[in-house]
Design a protein around this ligand. Sequence first.
Ligand SMILES: C[S@@+](CC[C@H](N)C(=O)[O-])C[C@H]1O[C@@H](n2cnc3c(N)ncnc32)[C@H](O)[C@@H]1O
Length: 348
Amino acid sequence: MDEAKLNDFMGKLVSDMGAAALLANVILGEELGLYRAMADSQPITPEALASKTGCNARLLREWLSAHAAAGYMEHLDGQFRLPEEQALALAIEDSPVYVAGGAVVIAALFHDKDKLVAAMRGNGALAWGDHHPCMFSGTERFFRPGYRAHLVAEWLPALEGVVDKLEAGAKVADVGCGHGASTVIMAQAFPASSFVGFDYHAPSISTATQRAQEGGVEDRATFVKGTAKDYPGNDYDLICYFDCLHDMGDPVGAARHAYQSLKPDGTVLLVEPYANDQLDDNITPLGRLFYAASTFICTPNSLSQEVGLGLGAQAGEKRLHDVFTEAGFTHFRRATQTPFNLILEARK
Ligand SMILES: C[S@@+](CC[C@H](N)C(=O)[O-])C[C@H]1O[C@@H](n2cnc3c(N)ncnc32)[C@H](O)[C@@H]1O
């Protein structure tokens, strides 16, 4: 037993336990509007924050102190300040680096602990729709800032000839669309095109329909309940999967259905979590986050469906390439990437 290694590991555990506890506090800040009330980055006392937000001043002092200890806020003479950079990540939902929605997804993991215990002892299955409701809203809020920042500006232009088609008027399917964040963003950018979002989770389809109305695109973005292997249509110019193909039980079957549903010169846009092909190359902070989330979310969802391939959220480009090749596609390439995502293109 190496005492220095033990001490190092104890330090890491304390830091991780602190991170988990702090994340529960992040969810409070999110829901109660505390970060938004501090988004101007001015120093504020707990009492002033209490009168601004209607929250209890003594609890706020504790909450603010936790943030100071974590380096999320600055503390000087009894006043606390949310620096501008932290405000971008925690307070400003329109910012491209807003990640507070991710804390809500992580809350769902704790809510669903007993379901995972049962899945681990059983066949490994836990369907998307059986998660705590905060999983669905958290996923939408976690992913939407990235789609807003990159989808129209970078990802679609990285595909061969797709933007021209979208500008002229194309037919697009967004498969596994969830709350339709990606669908609505594309519909807002390309008014001449028509978009259909498909998802097998009925409550998500209702929310997505509402989002299209809120976004003023209900004339060109519609949402229909359907699985990745049975949605209608055989003349799509573009079929998209945003962070969902690896969640499916039968991704090869889904890709085969896309092959049949695309026009001869159509394109698949596959957005997946960033990953290298081998576990040993994913021993990174991002790999830790994605494998840990995938244990609770993506992999059990896949195991709940037919075939149950269980790609997991760290599938990597090679395995995804093999899925599309097996389905009949002859072109497959990495179109672009971000620190969080691989953006892949498949054509017939
Ligand atoms: C992680 S969420 C991503 C949702 C959305 N694309 C986004 O980026 O916000 C995965 C989605 O895939 C859907 N899904 C999983 N398996 C599916 C299947 N076989 N057919 C259709 N939808 C499926 C789930 O219902 C869920 O909405």
